[in-house]
Design a protein around this ligand. Sequence first.
Ligand code: DX5
Ligand code: ZN
Length: 233
Amino acid sequence: MPRTWPRCLNGVVIAPSLLAADFGRLAEAVHALEGSGADRLHIDVMDGAFVPNFTFGTDTLRALRGETDLPFEVHLMVREPDQHLRTFAEAGADAMTVHWEACPHLHRTLVNIRALGCRAGGAINVSTPAQSLYDVLDVMDLALVMTVDPGFGGQALIPRALTKVAELRREIDAQGVAVELEVDGGVDAANAALCASAGATVMVAGSSVFRHPEGPAGGVRRLLEVAARDVTR
Ligand code: DX5
Ligand code: ZN
């Protein structure tokens, strides 16, 4: 059964990205998030084609599903994601995010994700305009704005991408839809407040959580602290 959890439509939650964890100790990495205030686990699936890297597959999800109660938000950075939606849903995904750039019929894909009992997310790359998502916001639960070129963790946030976050914020509010707005890539304690001010409600954070000197829980706490402080919306 899919886990249900409250949507973050105002304020800020943190979605630690497993990409920055020690791949030899993934179970320990998710255990370290227990009680940290993390809202969900962000799992980056890469196919070596849509992005130049490989990461996790359905077996990883199945193995981790027994290790944590955190909802699994699966970010599918793959070509032709439609072929894989059912297997990821069955492996334990609670939300699946697909890229506009990989989906010729994004509306249909989002509807299909919901039909599988998952939250549906639509993502746009740095060079894709915010408007690309406007006509499908009504069938989405989550809009993801890439703030780096996808494929790797540990890159610096591209500030220009935040203007798209602000544009999407205005459109989500204008349409009155219950869509979370997520930033992904290079989010850290130095820029989390900016992301929140632009209108993001979900911060994906890999390096700034898993490489935090006080450990992953310390990283989540720090981000919550700085993001909450400057939310002006
Ligand atoms: C990048 C991934 C991100 C990545 C973020 O392609 O989509 O989720 O894990 O990692 P950091 O926070 O290190 O930029
Ligand atoms: Zn991601």
